[in-house]
Design a protein around this ligand. Structure first.
Ligand code: ZN
Length: 115
C-alpha cells in the first residue's frame, strides 16, 4: 500500500510504501507534546515529494533522530534516523497520512521517557 503524507499547509509532502501493522505512541518529552503516532519504515520506502528545505530539523537528547517540521505550518509529519543496526529509517507520523483511517491502526504504547 502506498500512502501520501503531508503537513497541514502542504509544503512538506511525501509518499511511503508498506503495510501499517501498528503505530507507536511514545511518552518521551517530544512525542508527548506532539501527539504523534509513529510507524517506522526503511528509509528507501520513503520518498520526499516536496523540497527538502521546506522542512526544518529539530534535534534533542542524543541527536539520533532528525525531527522534521514544516517551516510554515509547524506540523511534524516525519522524522529520520537509524535503527540499532545502523540502517536508515523514516519515522512516519501516521496522523499526517491523507489516505489512512486511523481507527483501523492498533496503537502500541512505548515508554520513551525512561530511555
Ligand atoms: Zn506546512
Amino acid at each position: 500500500m502506498k500512502y501520501i503524507g503531508s503537513c497541514h499547509c502542504g509544503k512538506v509532502k511525501y509518499e511511503v510504501e508498506g503495510s501499517i501493522e501498528s503505530a507507536m505512541a511514545c511518552n518521551c518529552s517530544m512525542c508527548q507534546r506532539k501527539g504523534s503516532l509513529l510507524w517506522f519504515v526503511s528509509r528507501d520506502k520513503f520518498r520526499l515529494l516536496s523540497n527538502n528545505e521546506n522542512a526544518g530539523t529539530y534535534l534533542f537528547n542524543k541527536h539520533a533522530i532528525k525531527h522534521r517540521f514544516c517551516h510554515t505550518c509547524g506540523i511534524h509529519p516525519y522524522a529520520e534516523g537509524v535503527d540499532p543496526n545502523g540502517n536508515a529509517i523514516a519515522a512516519i507520523n501516521v496522523r499526517c497520512l491523507e489516505n489512512l483511517d486511523l481507527a483501523t491502526v492498533p496503537i502500541r504504547n512505548f515508554d520513551g521517557r525512561s530511555k
